[in-house]
Design a binder for this molecule. Structure first.
Ligand code: FES
Length: 615
């Protein structure tokens, strides 16, 4: 069969792939290139997100799906769907690099407590053995450290005699509560570093900390490279089930990405890799399974059972994490198949488990995770929000990348928006979508049932000023948010179908909140604090979130944005072993409620389909 060359350009680099005639373009690319392409529908030609630009003549025929999803202008300029276009000749493809410009939420709550990490270092000056002092080398060291009987592996033990004598009995021991990890020559006690990693479905954030001072030194982040195998946890789980080496493939990807982030951090801060002894992993339950090589398949089907929920302590080298040879990886505990170690981290960071008041913690991503309660008990639930707020199922939706419309409001005469990086608009991200739907609701262009009304039905005078923005796309009503003049390409629109997507997500999250409150026998007014965690929660405009009915209006003044709380929690557990052990209690004592088993949830969900306050 004929073989063709696909040349791919992105991030000012160029790579070539040899593939057989008829290969789907997406399958022709390497993992790194695939990770630059959004594929929320899993390559079915439905979402229209996997756009790439093919330079020169494209020998392959334009498919029906491409005709449906791409405008004429796009097709003329060589834009194609990577999941539909076949390679029928040598082609050159340009990918818009997303990682370089992705807005990733790194900041959160700063930890200000004591620094007492799990992995400690202690410099000791031992007395020399003699005929009168016949203690063995290990006992001599252990007694000085006051950690008698702490095991040490045979490999480290066998190095001890020479090391002690060469160093004149001046050494530094590195140990945790379980064992002596290593013994180093001289005094290296001031060099003890650790890394906390929050593995999100979309992004991975790593924090480097000096465990001597307890200070955060630096942060590095990237898009999760597993994205090439699906946008959400279910498609990644499916990948592990359909492919024999699927789990290994996804584990290798995340482990090498964590290694890349660690390498970036140590290099940038002139830290020796062998002085990084501990890594804390937080993440949703599926991401933790994939990172640790545990099969996640039973999380995806009723009754959604993980392999293990309790905290894990693993050897970094066995896991493939490149830190000090005997380094350790601590995995935060999980609560259920859909309330993961990231939420345990967020509970730790927000301290709601110690509070005397009643708190609501909400983390909105592809799932909406909700936790309620205080020191007397916490109860949690998860709602399948779907990726609409990440832009995935929205016609012109994009992630938080440069050029994404991120805010929208009504100006004196027309809509006014901002974009990330103040660049020409290329699409609309989660916060922009919420603002747009909310603004159009305020103006009576969208009614409470979610219908985009016709020109003569617009109920406000201000709204009537925007009647020229009403249009139809694929025979359905739509509103132009940014004109082709502003974008330099096609209009950016919000379609009726987009509004329905938002309605579904809104209903799912709002109903989750209401059901949880009712389940605990409380009223909305009983909630003292609402903590919004995660990227979406941090960038969202709270007035618009309340106007949509995403959060009850009675709680508007009680909202606090806490940023990447999962990452903050992982950092706290890294710096303080007491905080790490508190995670065990959080994991064990937080009740999990399966919403689908509660008739109340179905009732609330239907009521919450209407926009506005549904309490
Ligand atoms: S249309 Fe190609 S991935 Fe959805």
């Amino acid at each position: 069969m004929a073989e063709y060359t696909v040349t791919v350009e992105y991030n000012s680099t160029e790579k070539q792939f040899k593939v057989q005639k008829g290969t789907i373009l997406l399958d022709a690319l390497g993992e790194e290139e695939r990770a630059q392409i959004d594929t929320p529908c899993g390559g079915k030609g439905i979402c229209g997100k996997c756009k790439v630009t093919v330079i020169g003549e494209v020998p392959a025929e334009i498919t029906a799906e491409e005709k449906k999803k791409l405008s004429e202008k796009e097709l003329e300029s060589g834009v194609r769907l990577a999941c539909m276009t076949k390679v029928e000749g040598d082609i050159r493809v340009i990918l818009a690099s997303q990682s370089a410009y992705m807005q990733i939420l790194e900041m959160g709550i700063e930890y200000k407590g004591e620094s007492a990490p799990c992995v400690q270092k202690q410099h000791v000056s031992l007395s020399q053995p003699s005929l009168e002092d016949q203690r063995d080398d290990y006992q001599r060291l252990a007694e000085q450290l006051e950690i008698d009987d702490l095991p040490i592996c045979n490999r480290e033990l066998s190095k001890l005699p020479e090391l002690l004598r060469e160093q004149d009995f001046e050494v530094t021991a590195v140990y945790n509560q379980q064992e002596i990890l290593t013994v180093e020559p001289g005094d290296t006690s001031s060099s003890n570093y650790g890394v906390a990693v929050d593995i999100g479905t979309t992004t991975v954030v790593a924090y480097l900390a000096d465990l001597g001072s307890g200070k955060k030194i630096d942060i590095a982040s990237d898009q999760n490279k597993q994205k090439a195998y699906g946008q959400d946890v279910i498609s990644r789980i499916n990948h592990t089930m359909k492919n024999e080496d699927g789990l290994d493939q996804l584990q290798d990807l995340i482990v090498s990405q964590i290694n890349d982030l660690i390498h970036t951090l140590v290099k940038r801060n002139k830290v020796e890799l062998e002085h990084v002894y501990s890594v804390i992993l937080a993440g949703n339950t599926t991401m933790i399974h994939l990172a640790t090589g545990l099969p996640p398949r039973y999380i995806s089907t009723v009754p959604f059972i993980p392999v293990r929920k309790k905290r894990m302590l693993l050897s970094a080298s066995e896991l493939g994490i490149e830190i000090a040879e005997n380094g350790r990886v601590y995995v935060l505990p999980m609560i259920s198949g859909y309330i993961g170690a990231d939420i345990v981290g967020a509970i730790l960071a927000s301290q709601i488990y110690q509070s005397t008041e009643t708190n609501l913690l909400i983390d909105i991503g592809t799932n909406g995770e909700i936790v309620m309660g205080n020191k007397d008990g916490l109860v949690s639930c998860s709602t399948a929000a779907g990726p609409a707020f990440e832009g995935a199922t929205i016609r012109h939706g994009v992630g938080g990348i440069t050029g994404a419309i991120n805010t929208m409001e009504m100006g004196s005469k027309d809509l006014v928006y901002t974009t990330i990086g103040d660049k020409k608009p290329i699409g609309i991200c989660g916060s922009g979508i919420v603002d747009s739907v909310s603004t159009l609701l305020f103006l009576g262009i969208i009614d409470q049932t979610g219908r985009i009304v016709s020109e003569d039905e617009i109920s406000t005078e201000t709204g009537k000023m925007l009647s020229n923005r009403l249009t139809t796309v694929d025979n359905e009503p739509a509103v132009i948010l940014a004109t082709s003049k502003e974008t330099g390409k096609e209009d950016i629109v919000l379609t009726q179908r987009d509004v329905r997507e938002i309605q579904n997500v809104k209903a799912s999250i709002a109903a989750g909140i209401l059901t949880l409150i009712k389940h605990t026998g409380l009223e909305v007014e009983d909630i003292d604090h609402v903590y919004l965690a995660g990227g979406f929660g941090s960038y969202i405009n709270r007035i618009h979130a309340v106007n949509l009915g995403l959060i009850p209006s009675a709680l508007e003044e009680r909202i606090t944005v806490i940023g990447n709380a999962a990452g903050s929690g992982a950092m706290m557990a890294l710096i303080s072993k007491n905080r790490l052990f508190e995670c065990d209690r959080i994991g064990e004592e937080t009740e999990y409620v399966e919403l689908s088993s509660l008739p109340q949830f179905q009732e609330d969900y239907v009521n919450c389909m209407f926009f506005g306050d549904t309490v």
